[in-house]
Write a protein that binds this ligand. Sequence first.
Ligand code: FAD
Length: 302
Amino acid sequence: MFSNFSKELDKLNLEYKKDAPMKEHTSFKIGGNADYFVSVKNTEELKTIISLCRDKNVPYMLIGNGSNLLVDDEGIRGVVIRLEGDFKEIRIDGDFIEAGAGASLTKLCLDAWKASLTGLEFGYGIPGSVGGAAYMNAGAYGGEMKDVLVSCTHLDSELNVASFTLDELDLNYRHSAYMKGEYIILSVKLKLSKGDSTAIKARMDELMGKRMDKQPLEYPSAGSVFKRPEGAFAAALIEECGLKGRSVGGAQVSEKHSGFIVNKGEATCKDVLDLVEIIQDEVKEKTGYELHREIIYIEGGK
Ligand SMILES: Cc1cc2nc3c(=O)[nH]c(=O)nc-3n(C[C@H](O)[C@H](O)[C@H](O)COP(=O)(O)OP(=O)(O)OC[C@H]3O[C@@H](n4cnc5c(N)ncnc54)[C@H](O)[C@@H]3O)c2cc1C
């Protein structure tokens, strides 16, 4: 597959792995191999790998921390790109923070707390990258990225660096403008407020405690499988239908939180997809609600 592509990557001095198991790069611990897994350290390297892929007709996709992904058992044909190096930088200037898209959201929350900046406590414990959080408009416990983002800088489909203001980001529940086109988020700018560092840390610890209490963090998962339907909660509907604990192969509706599907060991992507379908059908039949996936399924290629 894609003969001589390794040689091209070697020539460009890019850091990569061949036949990289995606179960090692996703919180679900599910997924076959990606043909190539390339880590880029800066925007120039990112442009280089995308140009090469386009030139050689090799498909490519970007992942963050893989915490909202369900990757097919067949793996991913082509190149998976991850942002490392400069993309992990976080800079604080007064009430403003600029963070690279590859930085961890939890690290960003910790840095904000250390600078006595409040507003980001909700994000503590969401296991994504900053880019993934902006892309998904990640949120929890009454807060979301929309509340703190000022702008995002991205690479557009022409490989130009450009920015979206908060309005242009079109953020709403698990939605951003980035879902509508071919963009790679490079960095984000946030505005927080001066706060009391003890109170900020107390709120972060409180929310982390709630996560540990309510979520099955002892098993691999991709968080809430379904979006919240209007007027109801997915987990409550699933429970009402008697689906708590239901399994297909190694995939199980969590006994601790029915909104999660957990990987009990050797779950395959097919197990999860089959279980998702059972849940959607039964919930629709018994309650009339349609559940839509929040987790992103990455289709396999042969
Ligand atoms: C235990 C657990 C708890 C969770 N709790 C929450 C929660 O409370 N709230 C919540 O909102 N989510 C939650 N999630 C889901 C997940 O952590 C978030 O959706 C997170 O924002 C995904 O970020 P990521 O970096 O892992 O993105 P990935 O899963 O790697 O990717 C998600 C999507 O974002 C795109 N993407 C990632 N980075 C970029 C970039 N730089 N530019 C363009 N596109 C990009 C990817 O291509 C993909 O389409 C949870 C997940 C787990 C496992």
